[in-house]
Design a protein around this ligand. Structure first.
Ligand code: AMP
Ligand code: MN
Ligand code: MN
Ligand code: MN
Length: 283
């Protein structure tokens, strides 16, 4: 099954509309699709309608920013009720403070000799509540400060670098419960991306499971083949279902296109087997 259960639209830090993403997913052979904007479900209705019109099976999705052991962890939610009020409140609270954070990021960049970054980043923002580091990265590329967005993150916007501002996101417990209580399934996103010690990673997995989390991304645009093998083993060890998603943001920036991922290793339980009743079928 060519499932792609992780990507971003202009409702968060992607560049395409939910409708254009649905079209692109369909053209690239995706057989089950979810749009997972950061901390925001404002694109879900458009995604669902576009998927239905294209005959593309669809699941609701979101990627929630969480603070855990002094790092930011991303929790993907799939197959929840996108109109759930508690989830909506939780996401609004998680988004709150992004603007103040962005103003502080711009101050820090100005001190490093890069003025006007807040206004510059805003030009790329599709959703005023969702100004993210990605929008700053696009501005720094556009103005010639860096050659591409990965250089921006290497030189700026990450811990210890100019433009980085620590931020308090949702708790792991809240994020997993909002998703589960809205009828969805919570998934640890791209686990290889975090820089946890073995003990911290074990704490992440065990606490995630204790709060009701049931899945982990194994095959993602952010994992190498070796990392996919490693987290396939972790999925088996912890009894988690496995997810698969490109984390596509933009045709110009993303290395992995929609639907262009290796298969999940066969011995894993795919998350979509646990979500069969939550899929909006192709008409
Ligand atoms: P924020 O939620 O504002 O902290 O922004 C996080 C987003 O920045 C992620 O979802 C990615 O889209 C992007 N990002 C983080 N690290 C990198 C990186 N090394 N290269 C490119 N994009 C990155
Ligand atoms: Mn992103
Ligand atoms: Mn992420
Ligand atoms: Mn993502």
């Amino acid at each position: 099954m060519n499932a792609d259960l992780h990507c971003h639209s202009c409702v968060s830090d992607g560049t395409l509309t939910p409708q254009a993403l649905a079209q692109r997913a369909k053209e690239r052979g995706v057989e089950l699709w979810a749009l997972t904007d950061h901390d925001e479900v404002g694109g879900q209705r458009g995604a669902a309608e576009a998927a239905a019109a294209l005959g593309l099976p669809w699941l609701s999705g979101v990627e929630i920013s969480v603070s855990f052991c002094n790092q930011t962890v991303h929790i993907v939610g799939l197959g929840f009720d996108a109109d759930d009020a508690t989830l909506a409140q939780g996401l609004a609270a998680t988004r709150g403070g992004r603007r103040e954070r962005a103003l502080e990021m711009a101050q820090s960049l100005a001190k490093a000799g890069i003025p006007g970054a807040f206004e510059g980043a805003l030009k790329y923002v599709g959703n005023p509540e969702l100004i993210s580091r990605t929008h700053f990265a696009r501005h720094l590329v556009e103005t010639g400060v860096c050659a591409d967005t990965s250089e921006v993150f290497r030189r700026f916007l990450t811990e210890g670098k100019p433009g980085f501002v620590p931020h308090r996101w949702a708790s792991l417990r809240d994020a997993v419960r909002w998703i589960g209580d809205a009828g969805g399934l919570a998934v640890i996103a791209h686990p290889a991306r975090y820089r946890f010690t073995a003990n911290e990673e074990h704490a992440l997995f065990t606490e995630f499971i204790a709060h009701g989390g049931r899945g982990v991304e194994v095959v993602t645009g952010s994992h190498s083949a070796a990392e996919a093998v490693r987290y396939a083993e972790a999925a088996l060890e912890y009894g988690l279902a496995a997810s698969r998603g490109s984390d596509f943001h933009s045709p110009d920036e993303s290395h992995t296109d929609l639907g262009a991922l290796p298969e999940l290793p066969g011995r894993l339980t795919p998350v979509w087997e646990l979500l069969a009743g939550r899929i909006q079928p192709a008409h």
